[in-house]
Design a protein around this ligand. Structure first.
Ligand code: SAM
Length: 287
């Protein structure tokens, strides 16, 4: 009998990955080939070549990023905080193993120190080899890779970073702690007195509780709070949220300027991404 990698099944003459989003929602991708598979100490890591989205990073059966739409998420989680901060010289990336965030952050000459803290070295190795469209095959010597738990890494840091970007997986397994109040509190201490943090805060359509909880937790620790969105086709619900907690007042979005080479982001979009749909603004305003 054929041995199929975990999470894959055969149906209608093809190989499929089915992501169990919830009891009543499953999302399936037809797969051309398994490019990489490894059971790391933290999670099951695969790079699958899919028919619709090209190579995809899949952790514990859940799609994290794809060659076709990964740039949307990576550009938006990187360029918004890097543009909102007036001089991001020291940057900490937590998670981000596909290297897509680091690929965007190195576009800023002023970023002299870029620490990337990824728990799982296998994700970085696989992404660099099989997803160069996302990882950019990074060899910039400003990036320091730390293969350790982001929660532990920030525990005793004090006023070291201008910008912290939390590019985490969903709040299960090793990423669960990256959505906790204590973790956000440690990020707050690790930031300089005009620093800011951003995290992916899940789908405003399908994960409203997680999104609202992150927003409220960050809001209880930082004097200035913002939320923006982008549309990422391979994330459940499509519309995705990002939450910013800042120690300095956030600039008027209309005054943001942007001149980096990007596929999705441009100045107009960065200025408009804080404009929220009515239902989402109402949800955030509710006590
Ligand atoms: N963009 C994706 C999304 O929103 O689904 C997530 C990207 S994926 C690169 C997130 C990374 O966070 C994974 O490589 C995972 O290994 C890493 N990660 C999870 N928990 C972590 C932790 N506690 N410390 C550091 N990295 C962690």
């Amino acid at each position: 009998m054929e041995r199929l990698p975990k999470y894959l099944h055969r149906s209608q003459g093809g190989l499929w990955l089915t992501e169990d989003e919830r009891d009543n929602l499953k999302i399936s991708y037809r797969i051309k080939d398994v490019l990489f598979e490894e059971d790391s100490p933290y999670q099951h890591v695969m790079i699958l070549d899919s028919h619709e989205f090209g190579p995809m990073l899949v952790l514990d059966g859940v799609v994290q990023t794809t060659s076709m739409d990964g740039h949307i998420y990576n550009e938006m989680i990187s360029h918004v905080p890097m543009t909102v901060h007036s001089r991001p010289e020291s940057v900490l990336i937590i998670g981000g193993g596909d290297c897509g965030v680091a690929k965007e952050v190195v576009k800023y000459e002023e970023a002299q120190r870029i620490d990337m803290v990824e728990i799982d070295e296998a994700v970085v190795r696989a992404s660099k080899q099989y997803m160069p469209e996302v990882s950019g095959n990074l060899s910039d010597n400003r990036i320091r890779y730390h293969y350790t738990d982001g929660v532990k890494f920030v525990q005793d840091k004090c006023e070291e970073y201008d910008v912290i970007i939390v590019d985490s997986s969903d709040p299960v397994g090793p990423a669960q702690m990256l959505f906790e109040l204590d973790f956000y509190d440690n990020l707050q201490s690790a930031l300089k007195d005009d620093g800011l943090m951003v995290c992916q805060s899940q789908s405003p359509i399908l994960h409203q509780e997680v999104m609202k909880q992150s927003y409220e937790r960050i809001g209880s620790l930082f004097p200035y709070l913002g939320l923006y969105t982008a549309v990422v086709p391979t994330y459940p619900g499509g519309l995705w949220s990002f939450t910013i907690g800042s120690k300095q007042e956030l600039p008027n979005p209309d005054e943001l300027t942007f001149d980096k080479d990007a596929i999705y982001a441009n100045e107009d979009l960065l200025r408009r991404c804080f404009s929220l749909p009515a239902f989402l603004q109402k949800l955030l305003d509710e006590e």
